[in-house]
Design a protein around this ligand. Structure first.
Ligand SMILES: *Cc1c(COP(=O)(O)O)cnc(C)c1O
Length: 407
């Protein structure tokens, strides 16, 4: 049955994704089941989305209650779940106001538009440029792909939107040189996700903040992947002594329901008045009710704290693997946003792990990314580690065999 559905999918759905050949039908906690009845421990979590695991009973309950009450009325009216969610979010961070949308790209679009408009409103009409980082990822809409520092995301879509400059991540001097009188903002991920799980060097974010202050540029943190407890704090920048002026969220904000948010300080938020920006679905009650429950669970069950602890354990296990295999070049990341750079064959490792009942994914061709639900436990990590040990052992023997054969 799954074969025919997969074949049909390959005929009727745009071929924009290279999919794993499994038809997933059910999820619960950190596990998913495919149509053949095989189970997998999920270290992808819908790309860092299902931070509380699949089919969480408390979220399911809130969702079904809200489904019987009110789904959507538009932003022409007030609805309670939206107000409660916004209040919860601003209580948890630097921000004073929230704009809701439906995805990460939209949240970044809103941030880009706000940064530009903020300076226009102040009469500084020439400040519209945004400095972003090489290897960054901010989305697939025209503005957000123009802001993305990866050629493969932009390829074929010229002319791109004007107004984006790029500097290498972790290069404060390059940033200092790039910021000019026409810069309105610096846009960056505190830890680069899609770019290969790249962490800021000590002091980098603090220096970026200082530069922004000196030049009166806005600092925008894209926390779409790093937010919602993923790194061991609710938001990644809270590990550092730095606050942005604008922050974007999406991915895990709804634990799988589509929601994005752009948050800002009061002064900056004034850049958007009535009619300046909008989204039909943004902040719709059915999704906000679920998202509010996500935040409550994060707090009540101390999910970020668990993530910090279990993530440190996981990273240590990966580092031990690195000591054992010269096949592994690097282990990096924070909390449960972890990457392991291998010399080659990232896809082969993903496939071999899948055959052994583990979903992992590979970015940039050779960085294995581990972003499981934050509720994952030690036993599940131990079994993935022994699976990786097994797979790497096999690959190493194969490589050694080949190189001897070559000689
Ligand atoms: C996933 C991601 C986006 C894009 O989010 P979409 O919901 O796919 O539009 C933007 N920025 C970062 C850092 C991301 O990880």
């Amino acid at each position: 049955m799954s074969r025919s559905i997969i074949e049909k999918a390959d005929r009727v759905i745009f071929a924009t994704y290279q999919r794993q050949p499994v038809l997933i039908q059910k999820g619960e906690g950190c596990r998913v089941w495919d149509s053949e009845g095989r189970t997998y421990t999920d270290f992808v979590a819908g790309i860092a989305v299902c931070n509380l695991g699949h089919a969480h009973p408390r979220i399911a309950k809130v969702l079904s209650e809200q489904a019987r009450t009110l789904w959507h009325v538009s932003n022409l009216y007030y609805t309670q779940p939206q107000v409660e969610l916004a209040s919860y979010l601003v209580k948890k961070c630097f921000a004073d106001r929230v704009f809701f949308c439906n995805s990460g790209a939209e949240a970044n679009e809103a941030a880009i538009k706000l940064a530009r408009r903020y300076f226009k409103e102040k009469g500084e009409k020439d400040r519209y440029r945004i400095v972003a980082m090489e290897q960054s990822f901010h989305g697939r809409t025209m503005a957000t792909l123009s802001a993305t520092g990866q050629e493969k995301v932009k390829s074929g879509f010229a002319p791109l939107l004007d107004g984006f400059d790029f500097v290498p991540f972790n290069d404060i001097e390059a940033l200092r040189r790039k910021i000019s009188g026409s810069t309105c903002a610096v846009l960056m991920e505190p830890i680069q996700g899609e770019g290969g799980i790249r962490c800021p060097e000590a002091g980098f974010l603090e220096s970026v903040r200082r530069l922004c202050d000196e030049t009166r540029s806005l600092l925008i943190f894209d926390e779409i992947q790093t937010g919602m407890g993923r790194t061991g704090r609710l938001f990644a920048h809270q590990h550092f002594n730095v606050e942005p002026d604008i922050m974007t969220l999406a991915k895990a904000l709804g634990n799988g329901l589509p929601i994005g948010a752009m948050l800002a300080r009061e002064t900056v938020a004034g850049g958007f008045g009535p009619g300046s920006h909008a989204s039909t679905f943004g902040g719709t009650p059915i999704v906000c009710a679920a998202s509010l429950e996500v935040l409550k669970i994060m707090d009540e069950e101390k999910v970020p704290e668990h993530c910090a602890e279990i993530g440190a354990y996981f990273k240590k296990q990966l580092e031990e693997l690195k000591d054992k295999y010269e096949f592994i070049e690097d282990v990096r990341g924070m909390g449960l946003l972890l990457g392991m750079k291998v010399k080659e064959e990232g896809d082969a490792i993903v496939g071999a792990c899948r055959d052994r009942g583990f979903l992992i994914n590979c970015i940039q061709g050779n960085v294995l990314r581990f972003v499981p639900p934050l509720i994952i436990e030690k036993e599940e990590i131990d079994s993935l580690i022994s699976c990786l040990d097994d797979v790497l052992n096999m690959l190493t023997r194969k490589r050694d065999g080949h190189s001897r054969g070559d000689m």
